[in-house]
Design a protein around this ligand. Structure first.
Ligand code: FRU
Length: 509
């Protein structure tokens, strides 16, 4: 069967039927007509989001190449175009003037060269000689399916495609295994640095490796970042290093996504984690980074592989994949998977990262559905695409907030029958809980259906962003954040408050 014929039936196949041959099909091998057919089927699929970045079809994962260039933010993402599986990775491109309305620029990187024949993995963006350049991991496999990779510098051309400039790091230094990927570039004065996720050969543990360049094209290995986390998972994916200022002092922040941590108490509940360590700026000559504890960035169910960039006005912005590897999602059967989180501004308070949804999100506010006080047990409003802010003049008492809930009036107030995604607060324990046990189609239940977080101060403020099949919640102005997908029935859009009197504003998005 030729690939085109095989692909004609793609939308109806089960994830398990995606064999290696199907997964390694490039966009070049399918006609524009087949792709359009896939896209139009996906466009009519349930659970499509309304204001998040999502793939037109196929699977989205990590955000890549995030940078500001010539008055616009450019963002790419890992994309397997043809189905909801991890196959031959392409890069898809979107751009924006305000970080919230994104223009679709189509596919930017089709892995069709000898250098990236088996996929263009994650990487970052930077500006060189007035052009947007990227540094990414190019994969190859031999006849025996043995993988090799190199780290490639490439450039966004006027035709919208990313083309290879040079194979900057052709081979992996001998101390590391083939788990070596995801270069993230930063600049210090005239010099360029990059940190790459790696696995040591000596103990098969994860780490980050640093390179330096004078011209952005030729890179020299300088060594491994020297942290206290020497035995912390088997691989660190998607590293990112940058500085944040607190009280006029600059600190280094190192974000990475470790794989292989065991769950403990409320921590590390997802299949893989993403978090950060903070300390005095990385000492570049000897690569020592003295830092505090590793903190997870987000305690929700679906958050991975974040990447940051800096705005022209000096804000550090992070976007992540609102999904995780190796988990089947309910949208898979409709031929698409995943979305990105909303952009968040990062600040440092008492050495911890706070995350604030970027102020530009206010551009998405449409009418106010409700502004006033919610009391006792009340329906605040009905919406599946909203921003909701709850604040208490003093501090919150115990409450339960049900979102994407079925209408209790239609159910004769029988709570047990209500479908809902719940946010709860226990004021004694200062603990917030997200519970998706009763929220639509169950998935990833092997990893539990609740996530908890103990706040450092009593709760006074909550900001929530709901979209058809996603929810992002920020507690106490960004002390804690939780991101998750949910697959609730279309008509389940009631927002129900159960608790003491509290001030509420609800906007339609
Ligand atoms: C993280 C990751 C990266 C890799 C990419 C492949 O989700 O595994 O390490 O570059 O995804 O799609």
């Amino acid at each position: 069967m030729d690939k085109e014929t095989m692909l004609a039936s793609l939308l109806s196949i089960e994830t398990s039927e995606w064999d290696r041959e199907k997964r390694y099909t490039s966009l070049h091998e399918v006609s524009a007509y087949s792709l359009e057919t896939l896209k139009s089927k996906v466009a009519h699929a349930p659970f499509r989001l309304t204001y998040h970045i999502q793939p037109p079809c196929g699977l989205l994962n990590d955000p890549n190449g995030f940078c500001y260039f010539n008055g616009e933010y450019h963002l790419f993402y890992q994309w397997f175009p043809l189905g909801p599986v991890h196959g031959l990775k392409h890069w898809y491109h979107v751009k924006s003037k305000d970080l919230v309305s994104w223009e679709d620029c189509g596919v930017a990187l089709i892995p069709d060269g000898h250098i990236n024949s088996h996929g263009a993995y994650s990487g970052s963006g930077f500006i060189l000689n007035d052009s947007l350049h990227v540094f990414y991991t190019a994969n190859r496999r031999d006849k025996n399916w043995k993988r090799s990779c190199s780290q490639v510098i490439a450039k966004l051309m006027p035709n919208g495609l990313i083309e290879t400039v040079n194979d900057a790091i052709e081979s992996i230094p001998p101390e590391y295994t083939e788990h070596f990927r995801d270069p993230k570039v930063w600049q210090e004065g005239e010099l360029f640095y990059a940190i790459i996720g790696a696995q040591r050969k000596c103990d098969l543990k994860g780490t980050g490796v640093i390179y330096r360049s004078l011209n952005g094209k030729d890179w020299q290995f300088i060594g491994e970042i020297n942290t206290q986390l020497t035995q912390f998972g088997y691989m660190w994916e998607c590293p990112d290093y940058f500085c944040l200022t607190e009280e006029n002092e600059s600190f280094g922040v190192f974000i990475f996504s470790p794989q292989g941590l065991n769950p403990t108490d409320d921590k590390f509940q997802n299949i893989y984690q993403s978090g950060y360590i903070v300390g005095p700026e990385l000492n570049l000559p000897n690569l020592t980074f003295s830092h505090g504890e590793f903190h997870e960035l987000d305690f929700g169910f679906d958050f991975y592989a974040p990447q940051t960039t800096m705005t022209p006005d000096g804000r550090r912005i992070m976007i992540a994949w609102m999904g995780l590897p190796e988990i089947e999602y309910p949208s898979d059967k409709d031929g698409w998977a995943h979305c990105l989180t909303l952009p968040r501004e990062l600040t440092l308070i008492d050495g911890k990262i706070f995350q604030h949804p970027v102020k530009e999100l206010q551009n998405l506010r449409k009418e106010v559905i409700f502004k006033g006080y919610a009391d006792d047990k009340s329906i605040i409003g009905r919406s599946a695409h909203f921003e909701l802010i709850l604040s208490d003049d003093s501090t919150f008492d115990n409450f339960e907030l049900a979102l994407f809930a079925s209408d209790p009036l239609l159910l004769n107030n029988k709570d047990s029958a209500i479908e809902k995604l719940t946010v709860r607060y226990d004021s004694m324990a200062r603990q917030v809980t997200i519970d998706r046990e009763f929220a639509g189609i169950a998935f990833a239940t092997k990893y539990g259906t609740t996530r908890c977080y103990k706040l450092s101060k009593p709760l006074t403020h909550i900001q929530l962003f709901g979209d058809t099949s996603s929810l992002e919640v920020f507690f106490n102005h960004g002390e804690a954040a939780a991101s998750l997908r949910h697959f609730s029935a279309v008509n389940n859009n009631a927002i129900i408050w159960q608790g003491h009197k509290t001030s509420v504003t609800l906007w339609q998005y």
